[in-house]
Each structure stands twice: as structure tokens, then as C-alpha cells.
Write a protein that binds this ligand. Structure first.
Ligand code: HEC
Ligand code: HEC
Length: 353
């Protein structure tokens, strides 16, 4: 099955934004909150300063029932062949939905993959998914891990059948989509409502941008250094421009050639999607293969370790950026402001809210 869909997203961006606003206005506000019962209603808002999202729910209107069904599916191991692995096994909320302490993700039968599990947030802004961009629409993304033999190793037909036979799911689909006949499209849409609504935009950095807090000297210096050395690829405010680049990790790309395996263009060898650096302190180890255990190692790479190769990004100096110890510490101080504790504690995204 081909995971690639053809979409013409740019022409509908304005319409998407309008719909987004309608969805957010119809949502509840803090006034509905009481001390004992937090407001768990879902809404999708474009945070101040964010560009319009790529995925705007225009064909898949966000509802409370659809979102909660998507959440149930995300945390349910029924999606895997032997009911041992859920999406939540490799995407854990307390580390911004990355896989804590895992260089490579562990899937079914304890099989180990060859890529590091990325954090999941602000997915509605990603034009493409996976380190190599091999999936280009959020609504088909879940098919990849479900059918991957070393992740969940299940067929989607079998998933639909298991859900249809369950005691609870038919009724939940009925409430969310008006039909209890469970199809692949509805399973994908429910999961997309959950994943697409996972917005992370309440870090100290966001509060700094909106003028609510100020940075200390080190954070300020770090921000300036970041803007001159990193911003080109890890662009604000999403902290990624979602392009594919070679940041100098290897001289040859046999272990994992990256983007070239999707495009077949030799010039894409060794290129990977620029990851967002939001919540980056929470998501070690780093890079597509999890080769660096901490941010110090990442900064040492950019400072001294950038390797020359035919596809090395032209903006990066082979040999490294030559950062001082103080500069590296300041950049890490800035990166530490990107942690969104509101997001990782948001009960709406938790397994048992
Ligand atoms: C066995 C661990 C594992 C399981 C289970 C798993 N994932 Fe992932 N997920 C990964 C890894 C590893 C990647 C990166 C894969 C790649 O780049 O090839 C990833 C990538 C993703 C991405 C792309 C993120 C980005 O920034 O491009 C999304 C979205 C995602 N997973 C959602 C899901 C959903 C939904 C499920 C359940 C249906 C799921 N995952 C199950 C390990 C897992
Ligand atoms: C030329 C583009 C480019 C520049 C400039 C750049 N990066 Fe990156 N960065 C990337 C790419 C591409 C990756 C993913 C590489 C991979 O995994 O193969 C990455 C990965 C990372 C990661 C790992 C994140 C994760 O979740 O695994 C961190 C941290 C990081 N960069 C920090 C920085 C910092 C700090 C700077 C500035 C000192 C910087 N980058 C400059 C392109 C860039």
C-alpha cells in the first residue's frame, strides 16, 4: 500500500485558518473550570505568532467524542498483533511523547528499530512525517507503525475487525462519527483528531515571546547565539523549518541514508528532517539514530564535529562552528526554556485523564 497522498494544501490554508478559529471559539473557556473538575474539553487554537497549520481539521471536524476515541486508540495495545504495544508505548507524555531513555524504539516481540522515536506535538504544522518524510499526510501516519513488522505488526483489516468485535468501540464510533461501522478511514480520523490537537506552545520561551517573563543573561545570550547559528534550520516559532538537511553526522550514509530512500535523488543522501527543538531537554537521546546522550554532546558536535561530505548543508562549516564553553552553556540555557510543562501535564492527552 502506498502511504503517499497528493494534496494541494496551500490553496486551502486560508479556509483552514477560518475553520480553526470557528473550532476554537466554540470551545469552553477557563470559566467552566472548578477546583475539583478541570476542564478537559478539547479545542484547537493557533497559538499567537504561529503560522497557519498544514492540517486544519477541515475534512475531519474536531469533536470531543472524536478526540477521546482517538486518545483511546492511541493508548490501546489492541492495535498491535499480540495486544502488547500501543502508540503510547513508544510515545510517552512525560517526555513530550518521545520514548524515554531509548536510543532505538522497542516494538513487538522486543524487536528493536533503527530510529529514535521523536516527540509528538504541533503535528498539525508538519508538512511530512518521519525522519525521512516518508509519510506525507497526518491521516495516514498511524498505518505506518501499525503495519511495521518491528513495531506493531498488525494489518489494518485485522485492527478494524478487532475494534468492530469489541464491547465498547462500535458505540464510541457511533457517537463520534454517526456510524458504528468501523472503517480504516474513521480509525485514522479519530487518531488524527487526538494527534492533531496536541499543541505545545506554553514554554518559558513562549512566555518570553509574549512579554510575560524575561530571560536571564545566559538565556538571552543563548537566544542570540541560537539565532545566528541554529535558526536557519530550527526556525522559530516551531523551532524547525521542516526541510531535510545533512548536519554533518556522517561521511557516508550506509547505516541509514535518510531522505534519499524516499526521493531516490542522490543529493538527498544523509539528509533528515530538521527536528523541532521544542521540549528538547525532555527527549534524549538525540538525532535520528539517538547517537548523542545529552545536549552537551550535541553542542560538541556542532562546535567541533561537523563532518564534510557531498551533501553537507552549505550553511554549515566542516570542522564545526567553534563555540566556546560559555557559548555552548548559553545555548543550552536557551534550549532549556523550550520545555512546555503545561503540555506534558495536560490531562486531556493522558492515558487516564
Ligand atoms: C515501537 C515503537 C513505536 C510505536 C509502537 C509507535 N511509534 Fe510512532 N514513531 C516511532 C519511531 C521510531 C518514529 C520515527 C520513525 C521514522 O522516522 O522512520 C515514529 C514516528 C512517529 C510520528 C512522526 C513524527 C514526526 O515528527 O515526523 C508520528 C506522528 C507517530 N510516530 C505516531 C505514532 C502513532 C499514532 C502510533 C500508533 C499507531 C505510533 N506512532 C506507534 C516509534 C513508535
Ligand atoms: C543546516 C541546518 C541545521 C543547523 C544550522 C542546525 N541544525 Fe540542529 N539539526 C539539523 C538536522 C537536519 C537535525 C537532524 C539530524 C539527524 O538526526 O540526522 C538536527 C538535530 C538537532 C538536534 C537533535 C534533536 C532531536 O530531537 O534529536 C539538536 C538538539 C539540534 N539539532 C540542535 C541544534 C543547535 C543547538 C544548533 C545551533 C548550534 C543547530 N542544531 C543547528 C539541522 C540543523
Amino acid at each position: 500500500m502506498s502511504l503517499r497522498l497528493v494534496t494541494n494544501l496551500s490553496s486551502v490554508r486560508c479556509a483552514i485558518l477560518l475553520l480553526v478559529l470557528v473550532v476554537s471559539f466554540s470551545a469552553c473557556t477557563d470559566e467552566n473550570q472548578t477546583d475539583n473538575q478541570p476542564d478537559l474539553s478539547i479545542r484547537f487554537e493557533v497559538p499567537a505568532g504561529f503560522p497557519p497549520p498544514v492540517y486544519g481539521f477541515q475534512n475531519n471536524p474536531l469533536t470531543q467524542e472524536g478526540f477521546e476515541l482517538g486518545r483511546a486508540l492511541f493508548y490501546d495495545p489492541i492495535l498491535s498483533r499480540d495486544s502488547t504495544i500501543s502508540c503510547g508505548s513508544c510515545h510517552q507524555q512525560f517526555v513530550a511523547f518521545a520514548h524515554s531513555e531509548h536510543r532505538f524504539s522497542h516494538g513487538i516481540d522486543d524487536l528493536i528499530g533503527n530510529r529514535n522515536s521523536p516527540g509528538l506535538f504541533n503535528l498539525a504544522w508538519h508538512p511530512e512525517f518521519m525522519w525521512d518524510g516518508g509519510v506525507n499526510h497526518l491521516e495516514v501516519q498511524p498505518l505506518a507503525p501499525i503495519t511495521n513488522p518491528i513495531e506493531m505488526d498488525e494489518t489494518i483489516q485485522q485492527v478494524n475487525l478487532k475494534l468492530q468485535r469489541s464491547a465498547t468501540y462500535p458505540n464510541r464510533f457511533l457517537k463520534a462519527f454517526g456510524t458504528d461501522s468501523i472503517t480504516t478511514q474513521l480509525v485514522m480520523r479519530a487518531m488524527t483528531q487526538f494527534m492533531g490537537a496536541m499543541v505545545s506552545a506554553d514554554s518559558r520561551y513562549d512566555r518570553y515571546r509574549s512579554g510575560m517573563v524575561s530571560f536571564d543573561d545566559s538565556e538571552n545570550r543563548g537566544l542570540q547565539l541560537f539565532r545566528s547559528h541554529c535558526e536557519n534550520c530550527h526556525s522559530e516559532p516551531l523551532l524547525s523549518d521542516f526541510t531535510y538537511r545533512n548536519n554533518g553526522l556522517s561521511t557516508q550514509f550506509n547505516a541509514d541514508p535518510g531522505r534519499v530512500s524516499i526521493t531516490q535523488l542522490p543529493g538527498d543522501s544523509g539528509k533528515f528532517k530538521v527536528p523541532s527543538l521544542r521540549n528538547v531537554v525532555l527527549t534524549p537521546p538525540y538525532m535520528h539514530d539517538g547517537r548523542f546522550n545529552d545536549l552537551e554532546a550535541v553542542l560538541n558536535h556542532y562546535s567541533q564535529g561537523i563532518l564534510q561530505s557531498s551533501t553537507l548543508d552549505t550553511t554549515l562549516p566542516a570542522g564545526g562552528m567553534q563555540l566556546s564553553t560559555q557559548e555552548k552553556a548559553d545555548i543550552i540555557a536557551f534550549l532549556s526554556t523550550l520545555t512546555d510543562n503545561t503540555f506534558i501535564r495536560d490531562r486531556r492527552f493522558s492515558e487516564a485523564p
